[in-house]
Design a protein around this ligand. Sequence first.
Ligand SMILES: Cc1ncc(COP(=O)(O)O)c(C=O)c1O
Length: 414
Amino acid sequence: MSEPELRPKAEKLDAADELAGLRAQFVLDDTVYLDGNSLGALPRSVPGRVEDVVRRQWGSLRIRSWDESGWWTAPERIGDRIAPLVGAAAGQIVVGDSTSVNVFKAVVGAVRLAGGGTEGQPGGRQGPGGKQGPGGRDEILVDATTFPTDGYIAASAARLTGCTLRPVAPEEVPDALSERTAAVLLNHVDYRTGRLHDLPSLTAAIHAVGAVAIWDLCHSAGALPVGLDEHGVDLAVGCTYKYLNGGPGSPAYLYVREDLQPRFDSPLPGWNSHADPFGMTPDYTPAPGALRGRVGTPDILSMLALEAALEVWDDVPIEAVRAKSLALTDFFLECVEAYVPEGAVESLTPSAHAERGSQAALRCAGAGDVMRRLIARGVVGDFREPDVLRFGFTPLYVGFGDVERAARVLGEMF
Ligand SMILES: Cc1ncc(COP(=O)(O)O)c(C=O)c1O
């Protein structure tokens, strides 16, 4: 197809798009914004809410807001708002800290749940789960293609728990698993290529050897159904500033499956996770439920900005978001093929829907420079080392006309 056919096709697809009206709930301009997989756009509901939180809740109510404005319970309340988007029942997610910090809680907590490592051994560190002798669970597997922070934190968690860290490509995890595996940390969608990994079958394989499965949902939550409960995931973490549009540095979240909560032993047992935080006792007793994933005083300003941002999701089924996301990436790849000279770019995005997240990744020579020129022309994606152009498609506010324009302008770069 060529431009005279692709433009009307985009118009037709936009006219039939049942989510098209949601764009009006965001502050956007005439830029084609394809970087929502890095920082989601600003929902219109956020500035007014932040103003109220600052002026009235903080400015007038002051300390009373911990109760009267629901500040104290915000981490679990907002966790329950995120829960349906990732297929979790209420009471299993708390919001707070960064993804990196939650990865730390999850990996150490997973090794303890598995009774792995050397924490409880003579000469090892004391920990309720750590009673494994020689030949026990002493390995943590980490996605070899992971976003770097997960790898760095998992390496530190491995040292602390007396485990060995083994980087493995997600598709090779089934062959790498053994009775020695304590925990496996995987990215649901690869941040560079946009590849979606098979969460149900990998989780089942991890469980088959008695290990604990941890998933990083940064690039999938808000873009596609995750099914945490349905697939029996043990622990999960994710950020809220990408497809959940929570704002720069908005707090992350931690999912701990309900039946594991009584045994979840956080390596960061701050006073907010105490059963009686205002008892101010010297001894630590963990709170019941997901609350034990909390650490210290929640970051109220960004947390309540996130809460306002999540209102966009009222009545939006994640399945409809997924259907539009796949249609957007399909159409983008079709337009790239039509507009970009042959051989100028190579798509890293899997063609099979079952293996595709909500982004397209194109490898090309001089990608950094190409992206700079694209941004100057009003098409905002991003560049990842060494040679990848990334385009993220947020179905809540990206339309098919945007997609056609982005690919057309990209074609003019060569
Ligand atoms: C898969 C993944 N994990 C973690 C992070 C970032 O972690 P943090 O929120 O701690 O900066 C990112 C950021 O892009 C990511 O893509």
